[in-house]
Design a protein around this ligand. Structure first.
Ligand SMILES: [Cu+2]
Length: 340
């Protein structure tokens, strides 16, 4: 059960909630300041967003709290899980001020569960999924045939993204994005995770362009001080390019703890534009991805990559995009490997 949440009051999503650079353990330098400091004509690190949030029931009476160890997921939606042979149903209630939807990758859907308004010769009921209005509901039904599960070169599971696709660009910058994980038939534990993996980690690398969020005007009025930047001001627009990992910059992501010897599966994806070519790099430990040993993998917009790690090196390690501009702008975090 999913409902995008329109935050009202308070800080809705903060790319840097600690208020400091957790990587250097020091004040932000002048480059970092560009992105995180609020002030005259600057929004800063906190933004109103529209996010997928999970409920335990289709009446949306009880919100499901995220486990503490999943805090690193930040503004991403809940992890959807399925096994080959399953049918996934998503009951979606839209509480956003914008029309929104849930479009999946990878799984099998009829036109009534595809999303995306375009000239596809459908009408009537088949178009109701495209744009769920504010306070509207829609139930999406997705099948999980073999072709939505692992292929010959995959492990026991694959990751597909889901996101709103009514105004694809504005919706995803508003924050309507999440991960879905599909296991091979017979390979899922009771919680849907694969039997041969001890820990799953999901990370989105994206330069979130808050200039293109439908909440931009709200964010200016709510968080920036006057005088506001003139329309099209380049420095203002740069200050709203949040080079983030699951919605965190400069090491503000709650730190993951893995354990030595654990079978860890990382699922990585990117979203955005031509600046969203990212090269996630792990310090301290290596991964196996696409049958090759690596410590850097490649992402392009909407790429989805799986990488398996068995950490052998305890400590606190950097995990960052290796593109220089992105490092400088804060696309950097840490993970911890504890002894077994
Ligand atoms: Cu990058």
């Amino acid at each position: 059960m999913l409902a995008p949440r329109r935050h009202q009051g308070g800080h809705d999503a903060d790319y840097a909630p600690t208020g400091s650079n957790q990587i250097t353990d020091q004040r932000y330098d002048t480059v970092a300041d560009t992105y995180v400091r609020t002030g005259p004509g600057r929004i800063g690190s906190a933004y109103t967003k529209c996010l997928y949030r999970e409920y335990t029931d289709s009446g949306f009476s009880t919100r499901k709290n995220r486990a503490a160890r999943d805090a690193y997921l930040g503004f991403m939606g809940p992890i959807l899980r399925g096994e080959v042979g399953d049918t996934i149903k998503v009951v979606f209630r839209n509480t956003c001020v914008i029309p929104a939807s849930v479009h999946p990758h990878g799984v099998f859907y009829a036109k009534s569960s595809e999303v995306a308004p375009y000239a596809d010769n459908t009408s009537g009921k088949d178009g109701l999924d495209d744009a769920v209005p504010t306070n509207g509901r829609h139930t999406y039904t997705w099948l999980v045939p073999a072709r939505a599960g692992p292929g010959p070169s995959d492990g026991s599971s694959v990751m597909w993204m889901y996101h709103s696709h009514t105004d694809e660009i504005g919706d995803t910058y508003a924050g309507l994005q999440g991960f879905m994980e599909i296991t091979a038939r017979g390979m899922a534990c009771a919680d849907g995770s694969p039997k041969d993996v001890d820990r799953e980690v999901f990370e989105l690398f994206s330069v979130m362009n808050e200039n293109k969020s439908p909440y931009l005007t709200d964010n200016v009025h709510r968080f920036a001080q006057e005088p506001y930047a003139p329309p099209g001001d380049e420095d203002f627009e740069e200050s709203n390019l949040m080079h983030s990992i699951n919605g965190y910059v400069f090491g503000n992501q709650p730190m993951l703890t893995l354990h030595k010897g654990e079978r860890v599966r990382w699922y990585l994806m990117s979203m955005g534009t031509e600046v969203d070519l990212h090269t996630p790099h792990w310090h301290g430990n290596d991964v196996l991805s696409m049958g090759m040993r690596m410590d850097v993998v490649n992402l392009l917009p909407a790429s989805m990559v799986t990488a398996d790690m068995v950490p052998d090196n305890p400590g606190i390690w950097l995990f960052h995009c290796h593109v220089n501009d992105h490092i400088a702008a804060g696309m950097i975090t840490r993970y911890r490997v504890a002894d077994a």
